[in-house]
Ligand binder design. Sequence first.
Ligand SMILES: C[S@@+](CC[C@H](N)C(=O)[O-])C[C@H]1O[C@@H](n2cnc3c(N)ncnc32)[C@H](O)[C@@H]1O
Length: 259
Amino acid sequence: MHSHITFGYPWQIFYGHLILTCILAPLLWLAFKRGWPVWVRITFALLTFWAVSAAAVVHFEFGLDRVPALTTESFLKSGTGKVLDMGAGTGRSSIMVLQARPNATLVALDQFGASYEQHFGEAGAPQQVLDIGQKRLHANFEAAGVDQRASILQGDMRKMPVETASFDAVVSAYAIDHLNREGRHAAISEANRALRPGGEFLLIVVTKDFWLNYTFGPLMLHGRMPSQQSWIDALEKYGFQVIESGTPPGTLYFLAKKK
Ligand SMILES: C[S@@+](CC[C@H](N)C(=O)[O-])C[C@H]1O[C@@H](n2cnc3c(N)ncnc32)[C@H](O)[C@@H]1O
């Protein structure tokens, strides 16, 4: 059994602001010690405050390096059922569901392709990326103690290799929002096809809110993001009824039911 979970998001996300703090704090100290002009001292003080507070937001609010609490307790309230994770990556959203719902089983679907390489830095031949991705995901499931209830499936979430109406619930976190409009619509329609009638879909996406702009500003490479209403419109268009939505920092989530 592996001792700890490693989600493998780029280190710059976690340590970038701390590195900046290590550079800015001594400069601030020097500015006061040497009596540099007031505007220089104020600038360094503001920049240092921003770097420290942004590091705190990244660590305590975004927490991409740990398993988050289930986004909404209303998801899979029965506590049991077969769940599909669309765009499982290194397992953060899968483990979130499996730990919160200890009687559920889960299929973790990912393409393990270009988008995987881009997020988790696993460049190489397609077969290599697939092998490493699957191994890493399995290792994380083992480390989290959920491997007996999880299986891994390679596939494109726009056209999934799964039976129609074969899942009780679908989760997808920070994955469908990486597709273009056509891809997003295809994936939402596929989520609906995979679910049995009355099945639940927990869709979690990135949103450029105050917190994301505060921490990463122009460095955030997600391009133009759909509004909350356009996600709701797309969900309704493909046969879902949205029963809950929320806006935790940097995130939009929707809990929808297949009509
Ligand atoms: C940012 S990661 C999110 C991983 C995980 N859900 C989480 O919460 O950490 C996005 C994942 O979506 C996957 N992905 C992107 N496009 C996909 C597609 N068309 N089909 C299947 N997976 C895809 C990528 O390979 C990547 O692992």
